[in-house]
Structures are given as C-alpha cells and as structure tokens.
Write a new protein. Structure first.
Length: 607
C-alpha cells in the first residue's frame, strides 16, 4: 500500500513539474521511451544498411523513401497512445511539432525536396527523441520545452541551407542558402550582353543570325546531328588520337558557362546546339563550335526542377534538313529553323497523358524518319510514343505501352525490317515507324521505377539494360516464315546500368554496373572484368583505337582499353568541375563536354 502511494506521488510530482533523481523516476516513465528509441534505430538502419549491401536497387530506393515516413507515422502513434506522457502535453506537443514540420517544408529551399524527407526529418526526430531521453529526470514542463526547442532549432537551421550538389548515389553537400548558385552567377554574367528579345544574337553588336550560322546543306559523316550519334549507339568509327596524355594531353580551346541541364550536343558544321535552363525560361541555344560564343537563343516559359535530378532540360536536339527538333523537360516538342532559332511548330507532349507525371521530366531526344518526328511521351497504354508530321507537328500515330521512361526512340533494322525501338517501364517494344504498329515486344515490368538506358542492338539481338539491381537482359529476335516474330529472352547478366549507356565492341559489352565499369561477354553474359570508379558517367566507343572515352560523374575524362582481358585505364585528366551526366561528343579532332554549369572544347592530340 505504501509502495503504491509512494510511486503515485512520484509520478504526480514528475508530471506536475518537480525534478527527481534518475533512480526515483517511476519505471513506467523510464520504459515508455524504449519504443521511440527502437523506432528511430529501425529508421536509421533502413536508411543506411540497404545502401551498403544493395546500393541503387529497388530495396535501397524503397527504404530511403519509406524510412522517414514509416518512422514519422510510428512515432505519431506512439506519442498519441502513450500513457507515459500527460494528456495535455501529448496533444499540445503533437500539434506544435506538426505545425513546425509543415512550416519547414513550405519555407525551405526547393533544392532540399526529397532530401529533407529522407534525411532531414529523421534527423529532426532523432534530436527530439534524444532530447526527451537525455532529459528523463526532468519534469514534463521542462522536458517538453527543451526538447521542442532543440527540434525547432534544427528546423529553423534548415531554412538557412540548400543543396550544393547531389550525385546519383544521393551523396550531397549543403551550402548556405544565400550563396548564389552556379545558375545565378551565370545569369548575372549575362545581364550586360543577354539579348532582350527572342532569337536575337548575343554578340556585342547584334547582326542577322543567318549571317552568323554557317550550316552545310547535308550532314556529313563527321557531324554529330543527334543524341549519341547517327545510330544512337555511342560509337564513333575512324577517329584516332594519342593515348599518352602525360606527354601530349588534350588541349583546351575554349570554355564557357552554361545554364543547367543534362542535354548533350548536336553539332553540324561549325554550329553546336544544346538545351539549358535560364531562370524561368527553358532555352535552345546555337553556339559557335569554334569559339563557344552564342549565335541565337530561343526561349520558352517554363522551368523543371527535381531535387534529386537537378534543373533544366534532359533531351538533346536533333538536326535534319536545316531544322532543329527539341523536347523540353515539361514535354514541349518544337521544330525550329536551325539558322535563326525561329519556331516553326510546337506540340505539347504532356497534353492528354493518362499516366502519372514523370518525376525527372521528359528526356526523349526526337528521332526523324521519313517525314515523321518520333518522341517517347510515356503516356500509358497506347500512348507510349508519338509520331508527328515533320512539316506541321500534327499527330500521325500514337502507340506503345510505356508510362514511365527517360529513353529515346532508336531506329534499327532487324532481320531486314526497319523498326523503332521504345524502352519503358513495360519493357522493350519494336514499332513500325510508319504506322506505329507493334512488330514485337518483350515485357519486363519494373513498376514505379524508371528505365533510362538506350537499347543496345547487335545483329538480331537486343540488350536491355536496367538499373535498380535488375541487370542487362539478352533478347534474341527473329522473323518467322509466316511473318510472325519469335522473341527469346536468353539471360540476364549482372550489368546494372542506372542511366549510363552501354557500348559493344568485338563480342563484348562495356558499361556501368552502378558507379563501376563492367565488361561482359555479349554471347554468354559472363563477367570479363570490373574496375574503374567513375561514378555514374557516360561512355563513347572509339573502335579504331580499341578504346572507350569515359566522362566521369565528377568531370574526369578517362581513356579505357576496350579489351575483355582486364580493366586498363590508358589516360585520365580533369576537364569539368561539378556533377557531370551529359554524354561527350567528338567531331573531327575536337572533344566537346558539358554539365549543368559549364561546357568546354578540347583539341585531341595527334598520334
């Protein structure tokens, strides 16, 4: 009887505001924190362990995005149902924490986005639970005030920072919010010479753009008129240069700041075309390939920004018969006069889509085929791709199952039949480029996860690379005597490209298994070697040199031996600063590279 009275009086004193020794804190008060501590331990285990044992897999992504939400919901239930907290304190604390959290997410810098949900919120909750635990000997008025103050202080501190850089593995840096971004600095540098009207030359003394843009009548073998080259396979035949960069390194010809975006280059003659973001305008720019100076700019209102994917356009312009075809990150497809940048027609690829919005924006580089412009729109069943009339942009056909993809149409000839390959979350489909009719398909569903990598075609075999722990699948295709098609899914190898395209050379495939290069046998799928940590970079095959030019995620340029024997890096040098996901281009003896902050041209050394 006396023990229960004593315990009750201790609890009353504790709740009423009297501090007590730890030894005299009632057991029910000491133990009630245990579930919260366990919840936070589970949250951090979900955030850390999957990334260590299975990075960039579905398990990793689900654990990253679900840990914070799961922890928040679990702590909410624990707090509201707990008997270890006075009722008034429970209600008032919950309302206060909820209000602070909502205000934080509304006011924080947009760049934090999902990073705040993944890492920021669990950190804030850890501070809250840690404070409650450390102050367990204090009475509730003191305990709740101090813990809420610590939680609030962290949330307020969040308002003073933004993401500096974030890579494909979600490693990020924080910088003070008031420090200008690279885009801010770039826009400031344009204030004196940026054209005030669309399509006006940005030269100091404006002249007619047609006098500045020197374009050949026909595309030559040395031009790079579309994404990853004329076959979209990232192969550049016939080019050789010195491999000894210690003695004769590539020489920088020019360097220029650019607006953010993951577009590569389209280069025809002496003109270089690319896409970038400039404030609230998405722009297509023609630059001189000789000097890096802008020739014309065409702007469209709109801005795309993903907290883990960056800002700006994703697709690469396509040149054909004096016209330029572009896809914006928000789905705007346009045909421009390549000499002036004047808009000939526009088509909204996002209009009428039945599928969910693309989390990382439209990324399909237009493909031109016999008077049609083919673009992957990921609109869902029957709307995976669209063919537009090259002259006026009217719809000719829609087809395909895909509702989620960041790949582009690729024209291939398999068994003497020309077909447009479309890769999506559904798998891979071959469409008749004239009618949109499905010729054949291989279903490989990855619901809710994006496919990015271009298909690799060797003869009658299609290799479909998929990240998130899935691998690369070999698909053998053949036309039967009765006109039907056989589709044989042979094997799936442990080559898991995220958004890094593969190349084929002399019976072997070279690509990225996550952040590390990997070579596999194209016939069996067996691993040849794995080596070279270039992050999530891009590759360009130089068959005449038996070499692969690699641009690493951190802006390093490397030359890798295209041999199945072992990984050998022949040369390396730094060419860009900052996260670099854009494909490199070589035209003649010049190398062109860019990222979301700058672009540069290098002269390649003679052998």
């Amino acid at each position: 009887m006396s023990d229960s009275v004593s315990s009750a009086s201790e609890v009353n004193a504790y709740s009423a505001g009297t501090s007590v020794d730890d030894s005299s804190v009632p057991s029910e008060v000491r133990l009630w924190m245990t579930p919260a501590i366990i919840i936070m331990a589970v949250v951090w285990a979900l955030l850390i362990i999957p990334g260590m044992i299975a990075p960039l897999t579905i398990m990793h992504f689900v654990s990253l995005q679900g840990a914070g939400v799961l922890g928040t919901l679990s702590l909410t239930l624990w707090w509201l149902l707990s008997r270890g907290v006075p009722g008034k304190t429970r209600l008032l604390g919950y309302v206060t924490i909820l209000a602070i959290t909502i205000a934080t997410f509304m006011l924080m810098n947009k760049s934090l986005g999902i990073t705040m949900l993944i890492y920021g919120l669990p950190t804030a909750l850890t501070i809250l639970i840690g404070s409650l635990t450390l102050l367990r000997t204090k009475a509730w008025p003191t305990r709740s005030r101090v813990s809420l103050a610590a939680f609030t202080a962290f949330m307020v501190a969040i308002q003073f920072v933004r993401i500096g850089q974030i890579d494909a593995a979600f490693a990020f840096s924080l910088v003070p919010r008031w420090i200008p971004t690279a885009e801010d600095k770039f826009l400031a540098s344009l204030q004196d010479d940026q054209p005030t009207a669309e399509n006006q030359s940005s030269e100091a003394e404006p002249t007619d753009a047609t006098e500045l843009v020197n374009l050949p009548n026909d595309v030559s073998d040395t031009d790079w008129a579309e994404f990853r080259g004329p076959r979209r396979d990232g192969v550049l035949p016939g080019v050789t240069f010195a491999k000894d960069w210690e003695t004769t390194p590539p020489k920088e010809i020019w360097r220029s700041d650019v607006g953010p975006g993951w577009s590569s280059f389209c280069i025809v003659g002496d003109v270089l075309f690319t896409q970038e973001q400039r404030g609230e305008q998405e722009v297509v720019v023609a630059y001189s390939a000789l000097t890096g100076k802008s020739l014309w700019i065409t702007s469209n209102e709109g801005r795309f920004e993903a907290s883990m994917g960056g800002v700006g356009p994703r697709a690469t312009p396509t040149y054909h018969d004096g016209r330029l075809y572009v896809t914006g990150a928000n789905g705007l497809i346009q045909c421009l006069d390549a000499k002036t940048g004047n808009v000939i027609w526009s088509f909204d690829g996002a209009e009428g889509r039945e599928a969910a919005p693309l989390a990382w924006g439209f990324a399909s580089s237009p493909l031109i085929h016999q008077g049609k412009v083919l673009v992957v729109t990921s609109g869902g069943d029957g709307q995976g791709a669209v063919a537009l009339d090259q002259e006026d942009g009217s719809v000719i056909w829609r087809a395909g199952h895909g509702s989620h993809t960041y790949s582009s149409c690729q024209l291939e000839t398999i068994d003497s039949v020309q077909q447009a390959l479309v890769v999506s979350d559904w798998g891979v489909e071959a469409l008749n480029p004239d009618t949109g009719e499905v010729i054949w398909g291989s279903e490989w569903l990855i619901d809710g996860m994006p496919r990015v990598v271009q298909p690799l075609v060797v003869g009658n075999t299609v290799y479909l690379g998929t990240g998130y722990g899935n691998g690369t699948r070999r698909i053998d295709v053949a036309k039967q005597d009765d006109g039907s098609w056989s589709v044989n899914e042979d094997w799936t190898a442990n080559l898991k490209p995220y958004f890094n395209d593969m190349v084929y050379h002399q019976g072997h495939i070279y690509g990225f298994d996550g952040p590390i290069m990997l070579s596999i046998d194209a016939e069996t799928g067996d691993k040849n070697w794995k080596g070279g940590r270039y992050g999530h970079g891009q590759a360009l095959l130089l068959p005449a040199m038996d070499a692969i030019l690699v641009i690493g995620e951190k802006g390093e340029l490397a030359l890798v031996d295209a041999s199945p024997e072992k990984f050998v890096e022949l040369a390396q040098m730094q060419v860009l600063e900052g996260i670099t996901w854009n494909h490199p281009v070589i035209v003649g003896n010049r190398l062109y590279v860019r990222n979301a902050e700058q672009m540069a041209c290098y002269e390649l050394p003679e052998e």
